[in-house]
Design a protein around this ligand. Structure first.
Ligand code: MD3
Ligand code: FE
Length: 209
C-alpha cells in the first residue's frame, strides 16, 4: 500500500523485504567505517546533532556540500554506488509513478540514531535540484513529524516509520519542515540485528560531478 501524507509526500510501508533490509544494513556498516566514516555533525551555532552521519557521493556539512570530509577526517567522501542510484530510481517510480523520472541520484546521507537521538524540525535546502528526496528506514521504529513549508511548528502530521519503509518527498513537500521527535528503542525486527535506527536518504545534488 501507498499513502499520500501531503501533496508529493508518499509513504510506502514495508517497501524493502527482509533480505533487502539486511543487504542495505550490511552496506551501511561498511560505509560507517573510517576513513570518511560515521561522524558527529556540529552546527555553526555550537550545537551537536544527536544522530551521527556518513555521506556518499557528496559530503554534507552545515550548510553546504563538499567532496571531502571538511568537518571530519578531511578524506575524500566515499563514492555513491550505481546500485543505490538504481534503488532510488525504482523508489520514485513505485511511489510517484513511472512518469516521475528524475536526474540521477548522486548523494546518500545515512543517519544513525542511538537510544536518545532525535532530529529537530528543519528543511533540506542545500541541494540545487528539486528532485524528490528518497528516505529508507532500517531498525527501530521512529515518530517522523511532517510539517508545513512556512513554519517549524503546527500544523504537522506524525507518522511512524518502521524498518523497510520508503518515504518519497517531492513536489510541494520537497521544502517542508520535518523532523524525528523520537525513536522507540528495541522496536527493530528481531532478525535484523540492529540496535537503534538508520535512515538512508537519496538525493540529487544538482552539482557538477
Ligand atoms: C522531507 N532525515 O536526512 S527521513 C534528513 O529519519 C532527515 O533521518 C530524517 O530529515 C531521518 O534530512 C527524516 C524523512 C525525510 C528526509 C528528507 C526530506 C523527509 C524529508 C527532505 C525533504 C522533505
Ligand atoms: Fe531532512
Amino acid at each position: 500500500d501507498r499513502a499520500e501524507i501531503a501533496p508529493g509526500a508518499v509513504h510506502v510501508p514495508d517497501w524493502l523485504d527482509a533480505g533487502a533490509q539486511r543487504r542495505l544494513l550490511d552496506a551501511c556498516r561498511a560505509w560507517a567505517r573510517p576513513p570518511a566514516g560515521l561522524r558527529t555533525v556540529r552546527t555553526p551555532g555550537g550545537g551537536t546533532m544527536t544522530a551521527r552521519q556518513v555521506c556518499l557521493g557528496w559530503h554534507w556539512y552545515p550548510y553546504a556540500y563538499a567532496r571531502t570530509v571538511v568537518d571530519g577526517d578531511g578524506t575524500p567522501v566515499k563514492p555513491f554506488p550505481d546500485w543505490l542510484g538504481e534503488l532510488g530510481r525504482r523508489a520514485v517510480a513505485d511511489a510517484l509513478g513511472e512518469g516521475a523520472a528524475t536526474a540521477p541520484y548522486d548523494i546518500a546521507l545515512i543517519n544513525f540514531y542511538g537510544g536518545d537521538a532525535r532530529m529537530g524540525m528543519h528543511r533540506d535546502s542545500d541541494e540545487r535540484s528539486d528532485a524528490p528526496v528518497v528516505s529508507l528506514s532500517l531498525g527501530d521504529t521512529c515518530v517522523f513529524r511532517f510539517g508545513n513549508t512556512a513554519t517549524r511548528t503546527r500544523p504537522y502530521t506524525d507518522v511512524e516509520l518502521r524498518s523497510g519503509d520508503l518515504f518519497v518527498f517531492g513536489g510541494a513537500s520537497r521544502l517542508a519542515y520535518h523532523g524525528v521527535p523520537r525513536v522507540h528503542p528495541g522496536s527493530a525486527p528481531p532478525g535484523l540485528g540492529l540496535t537503534g535506527r538508520l535512515n538512508v536518504t537519496l538525493r540529487v545534488s544538482g552539482l557538477d560531478a
